[in-house]
Design a protein around this ligand. Sequence first.
Ligand code: MEV
Length: 432
Amino acid sequence: MSQPTDSETRRSTPTGLRALTPEARRAAVGRAAGLSEEETGLLDGGEALPLAIADGMIENVVGRFQLPLGVATNFVVNGEPRLIPMAVEEPSVVAAASYMAKLAAADGGFQASSDPPVMRAQIQILGLSDPHGARHRLLAAKGDLMARADACDPVLVGLGGGARDIEVRLFEETPVGPMAVLHLLVDVRDAMGANTVNTMAEKLAPEVERIAGGRVRLRILSNLADRRLARARVEIAPERFTTDGFDGAEVVLGIVEACALALVDPYRAATHNKGIMNGIDPLVAATGNDWRAIEAGAHAFAARDGRYTSLTRWEIGAEGRLVGTIELPMALGLVGGATKTHPTARVALKLLAVASAQELAQVAACVGLAQNLAALRALASEGIQRGHMTLHARNIAITAGAEGAEIERVARDLIAGGEITTAAARALLAKV
Ligand code: MEV
């Protein structure tokens, strides 16, 4: 059978996945993404990560830990259809993202952009008698220090990356006296960049000590990757939110009001942003990227003005359209680490068909925005529990001991009965 070309791949979106078995879904997704039979097989992570590779990835390996891998559909980002691989344990995440992407697609999908992939390394300098003088000397040596950083990684420079700038921050009063921190900004191209900038920071440290006349302690990247932001925007007509029980314009107003609380109240902002990360983390995990780094960057960015707040904004635009925007750091790579060693991560990246780390960052921002919209839409209308518990019913059935065909049957009866609890599932199971 002939494989689709790259452009066909991006344009074909499998439909009706929900009704299929996991095997049939995998085949449909593989066909749509132009994956080979072997690559399609690797989406079944159960067999994909050989123990020998796992043993090389971390220490004291005793086995492999599996998560369900789903594919969110209907995403259109800058006019391109995208399939979104998501590794996650929480029911309703994949369905919710796909549902919101469908509403968005009817109005043109998501528009996204991202900064060049610039990471920041910090070099901490202590024991300074003249911190201001040290700052000026370091800034005067910028050209030489950047050239030294570039010399650490000629391959990166050959790919168009390398040192971009140097900044020096002063903290005149700290528990251990005045301190300067040199920031080395490096374009890391398609890497996440931690190893690249950490190596450069360690190499530069002796010269920085000499110029500053102090002593270097920390040499490490900052996960607040605020020079590597990704942005997404979506605009949806209010009637798209109209359902049997709810008027679309009222739902749109509810979404905007819900967001307003997250903007002013950290207690709500934490939950609101958790909902955003419900979309982003599964994509980050599926592509073998470092989700702790993404989490750290997102939350630090959310608190950048001194008060923790929402990472998204929802407004009412022209003709009552709901306008949503998100902006956050997105240090994702296509090369290095588990993105290359984990066979399923490699295929997940192929499924996404992104050409650069910047494009991957844009897709991640769109998924975060879609996931946030799903939560706010539900909260602003029927509430979160109905959909959530319906999708959770199968989990409850399994917890109660259902196996094979019993799972679907017990889940169906639980939903029909309206009491989705383990006790109810046990009672139903006993009858089955
Ligand atoms: C649950 O995992 C996420 C939500 O709590 C997010 C939100 O409240 O916005 C539904």
